[in-house]
Design a binder for this molecule. Structure first.
Ligand SMILES: C[S@@+](CC[C@H](N)C(=O)[O-])C[C@H]1O[C@@H](n2cnc3c(N)ncnc32)[C@H](O)[C@@H]1O
Length: 315
């Protein structure tokens, strides 16, 4: 297994993800600005360090183990792109800082992270915003922390929350999604890691190793991902398992439908690619309110509608 480096760099595509998040949060906080009877909470469940160096174009497609991916997923990736990092050109504000700098801030911020070094950086961010923002940093697993939040005094009568679920892989089980949706008070922006993790766990042969199969069952909340991915084909050579040519579209569509069923509303997906056009992951919004859907669809389809060409500058 590869070791996970601690360089805190991100690929250039992170800019696009963070731009959509910024727009989504801005829309949410503006929409709810006058509804101060609810405590408005932002939860960054996979917060990261809060600031990262952007890798150069040549370094951006290198294996995920060099970009901080968790060991299990890093080990699945091909090692064909071993370019050294050429230079770190600039820094990018991470999701916690983006949320803290919104013109209409949330009442409360919860940043969850399990990596000690990134936690230390988040503590620095908390110190920087001391007296201006109410920030809690939770060390540990995102799913446990989210369930604890729901079991605290969080309710539809008193709270509204926007939760960013931005893991490297399939670390958000369907049970967590269902628990968030059941509150009817939470909107989520999800990183659906189709290219980063899921594709690599589903070989063409259909021989998915037992451990991965169990992880995929947990992620999707059912073993039915198999039906979206594989079919049995019988010909002169006998019966064999074949992967659908459009298995990724099927999985994406199916996952979105299930999100829509759980939350009430689900957005169009925004595809995030690497600099060579390889599909990495999709951003998907889900929530209980149609007004949230209108904004999310506008933001997440912006690029496919032709603009903006470049992400908006940080506020
Ligand atoms: C993709 S990065 C987050 C980047 C951040 N959202 C941003 O855009 O600036 C994922 C982060 O989740 C953390 N992480 C991975 N598994 C986790 C878990 N089970 N619970 C909490 N944090 C986790 C990693 O240490 C990493 O910092």
């Amino acid at each position: 297994m590869s070791k996970r480096p601690k360089d805190n760099t991100v690929g250039p595509w992170a800019e696009e993800k963070l731009d959509s998040l910024r727009r989504g949060l801005d829309y949410w906080t503006t929409r709810l600005k006058k509804k101060t009877y609810w405590e408005q909470v932002f939860v960054d469940a996979f917060a990261g360090p809060g600031m990262s160096a952007v890798r150069s174009r040549h370094a951006d497609d290198k294996p995920a183990h060099a970009s901080g991916m968790d060991d299990i997923f890093a080990s699945l990736l091909p090692a064909e792109e071993a370019d050294p990092v050429e230079q770190e050109v600039r820094y990018l504000k991470g999701s916690p800082r983006i949320a803290l700098e919104l013109p209409n801030p949330f009442h409360r911020y919860i940043f969850i992270e399990k990596d000690p070094e990134r936690l230390a950086k988040l503590e620095g961010l908390k110190e920087e915003f001391h007296g201006r923002r109410s920030i809690e940093i939770v060390a540990g697993d995102a799913n446990q922390a989210l369930l604890s939040l729901l079991n605290s005094k969080f309710s539809k009568r008193t709270h509204r929350a926007y939760i960013f679920l931005d893991p490297f892989g399939i670390q958000v089980p369907w049970s967590t999604i269902e628990a968030l949706a059941a509150t009817e008070a939470i909107e989520v922006m999800i990183n659906f890691p189709l290219g980063m993790a899921i594709r690599r766990m589903m070989p063409n042969s259909g021989d998915v190793p037992k451990g991965w199969s169990i992880s995929l069952d947990t992620f999707f909340g059912t073993p039915d991902w198999r039906k979206q991915t594989y079919e049995e084909v019988t010909d002169l050579g006998g019966t064999r398992t074949v992967k659908f040519a459009d298995s990724e579209e099927r999985l994406l569509q199916w996952y979105r439908e299930r999100l829509g069923f759980a939350f009430g509303h689900v957005s169009q997906p925004q595809l995030i690619t690497n600099t060579r056009g390889g599909r990495l992951y999709y951003l998907i919004w889900a929530g209980p309110h149609p007004a949230g859907l209108t904004g999310a669809n506008y933001i997440l389809t912006m690029k496919s509608r032709g603009g903006p060409k470049k992400p908006a500058p940080s506020r």
